[in-house]
Design a protein around this ligand. Sequence first.
Ligand SMILES: Nc1ncnc2c1ncn2[C@@H]1O[C@H](COP(=O)(O)OP(=O)(O)OP(=O)(O)O)[C@@H](O)[C@H]1O
Length: 239
Amino acid sequence: MAILSLQGVSKNFGALKVTDDVSFDLAPGEALGIIGPNGAGKSTLFNLITGNLRPDAGQVLLDGRDITLETPMQRCASGVGRSFQIPQPFDHLTVYENLLVAARFGGGLAASEAPLACMDILHRTGLSALSDRKAGALPLLHRKRLELSRALATRPRVILLDEIAGGLTDGECVDLVATIRSLHAEGTAIIWIEHVLHALTSVVTRLIALNFGRVLMTGTPDEVMAAPQVQEIYLGIEA
Ligand SMILES: Nc1ncnc2c1ncn2[C@@H]1O[C@H](COP(=O)(O)OP(=O)(O)OP(=O)(O)O)[C@@H](O)[C@H]1O
């Protein structure tokens, strides 16, 4: 059974149809990429999955259970974690405190077990040495790492990554990809929105191309990237 399913999900902002009858299944442990031009509705799709937005039509299912009307907090507790395109840490808290909040209130960890779990995650994402630093003082790479760490601290079974590699140098990107790969290897299901295609396609086994809120194409990364309609709309290449 799919861990996550979208069934005919649509969302309008006024007259603008931002998500248009989107359906797909995510298998347990699958790594799925989502691509599409700016404004295609990628982040909106994440907001519909996490409950930050309610769809106008369609259903979101987790483990076959309809969660369409559940709050973001309920979905997080059920195992849906996310990172935001623009990192959203509590700037006035330290890196460690940010994780603690995510682990206690998002991941439901007890006060006795959360500290060790947070230190493990910080080690894994390369932030241990910065655990006492205020989140608001971190440079971009470390803010991205913190965003990923916060998502991990909620103990997700499905993690949604929104442009986590954007703005990083090639070297920084390699490290981040290694962390995401290790998550995938452990069996965490991943949906990753990314414009840095070489990073994305080095991890995901399936791609969905979105355009004007609709699924334009689904397939292996090679199939989707080679498709004339994808090249035309996404890469600006005339077919
Ligand atoms: N809360 C909102 N109210 C009105 N319009 C919105 C809202 N959120 C997004 N939009 C519009 O919906 C469209 C899709 O936005 P979305 O952020 O989902 O696109 P995206 O594919 O993630 O783009 P990008 O690659 O630039 O991040 C855009 O035209 C955007 O301006």
